[in-house]
Design a protein around this ligand. Structure first.
Ligand SMILES: *Cc1c(COP(=O)(O)O)cnc(C)c1O
Length: 385
């Protein structure tokens, strides 16, 4: 089995699993309890918080632990909007649904939302952001790196624009953290979302960085855990695993990035050279090291996924989080792709557990299945493959 869907989720690192196990077997205390069991669990969470903070150069007290990337994004948006007088939010057209859906709900409730356009590479022009800012803008939320095509935005430049107008800036950095160096102090962002399962940690845990001095209102009320910002008994074992995943990501960043880059470069070169009428989508240079996203003209991407699956290769047409039912990618549409280009798209995202041999095997299979599908394609005569 070959797994090339690491943008959807990643395997949990062996060292992460080892680190988590004692928190199921022995350290099962409630971190809010005052007895020894509770204190040990609480101390472990605080240690994990340090590790999470360290990965993005934040202070520990700036890390709010959540149930994952989706909750971090929702907390950032509702947490700011509910306490702001101005009710205008600026975001982009290519955000993950965990940003777009809360924004659409707020739109129904009377907020004004601007969805910034992107160019054919999926890149937001910071000048478009500047023009969109108005007196009632309370929040700007732009993703760091796109989950479908891997394009990395000029976040630092956009933060500077927000700073000039004193507007809170949030970034969904879930696809970027752990793969490229992120330094919140250098970036100057107010809020930044992270998810554990995209960086070889367990699912169902994540974090929201909240810059010291920035206040948000809580989304979930109850016993007052996480400084009152996120009530509910902590998911101790997963938090410990997440902390370890952050530590591993930090310590191995350069090595991992080089390795991922090596795999995606090989994959891209072979696919573009050996399969005709194929393009690489997303930005040519400003992209995450683990992402490749291709269009094979004349092919239906879903058929391609099924054929690859029959060959024990797991791939995706785009965003896994939203769908079993396929809808045309809003990201590719925003990039100006034709219906045919959207249809022929395939995302292959590598991880640290993939091998060069797997990449070669995948290209060999891909060549055959693309040829097979093109042989019966209604576009066959149009392209003369
Ligand atoms: C995966 C992902 C999310 C959602 O994170 P979960 O931890 O799965 O809830 C949000 N945004 C982006 C860009 C993602 O890739």
């Amino acid at each position: 089995m070959i797994y090339l869907d690491n943008a959807a989720s990643t395997p949990v690192h062996e060292k992460v699993i080892e680190e988590m196990i004692p928190y199921f077997r022995e350290q099962y205390g409630n971190p809010s309890s005052i007895h020894r069991h509770g204190r040990l669990a609480n101390a472990a969470i605080q240690n994990s918080r340090k590790r999470i903070a360290s990965l993005i150069n934040a202070n520990s007290n700036e890390i709010l632990i959540t149930s994952g990337g989706t909750e971090s994004n929702n907390t950032a948006i509702y947490g700011i909007v509910s306490q702001s007088k101005g009710k205008h939010i600026i975001t982009s057209a290519i955000e993950h649904d965990a940003i777009l859906e809360p924004c659409k709900r707020l739109e129904k409730e009377g907020c004004r939302i601007s969805f910034l356009p992107v160019d054919k590479h999926g890149f937001v022009n910071p000048e478009d952001l500047r023009k969109e800012i108005s007196n009632d803008t309370c929040l700007i939320t732009i993703m760091y790196a796109n989950n479908e095509v891997g394009t990395i935005q000029s976040i630092k430049k956009m933060v500077q624009i927000a700073r000039e107008k004193n507007i809170i800036f949030h970034t969904d950095a879930i696809q970027a953290v752990g793969k490229i160096p992120i330094d919140v102090k250098d970036l100057g962002v107010d809020l930044l979302s992270i998810s554990s399962h995209k960086i070889n940690g367990p699912k169902g845990v994540g974090a929201l960085y909240i810059k010291n001095g920035v206040t948000i209102s809580p989304l979930i009320l109850g016993g007052g855990q996480e400084n009152g910002l996120r009530s509910g008994t902590e998911n101790v074992a997963s938090i410990i695993g997440f902390g370890m995943a952050c530590e591993l990501a930090k310590n191995n960043m350069n090595e991992n990035t080089d390795y991922l880059k090596k795999l995606t470069t090989k994959l891209t070169i072979r696919v573009l050279h050996e399969i005709p009428a194929t393009t690489l989508n997303g930005h040519p240079d400003m992209r995450t090291p683990n992402n490749t996203h291709f269009t094979f003209l004349g092919v239906n991407g879903e058929d391609l996924i099924i054929k690859l699956d029959e060959n024990k290769i797991s791939a995706s047409t785009g965003s896994a989080c939203s769908v079993k039912i396929q809808k045309a990618s809003h990201v590719l549409k925003a990039m100006g792709f034709s219906h045919e280009q959207v249809t022929g798209s395939l995302r292959l995202t590598v991880g640290i557990t993939n091998t060069e041999q797997e990449i070669d095997q995948t290209v060999d299979v891909l060549k055959n299945v693309v040829q097979e599908l093109r042989a019966v394609s209604p576009y066959k005569s149009k392209y003369n493959f």
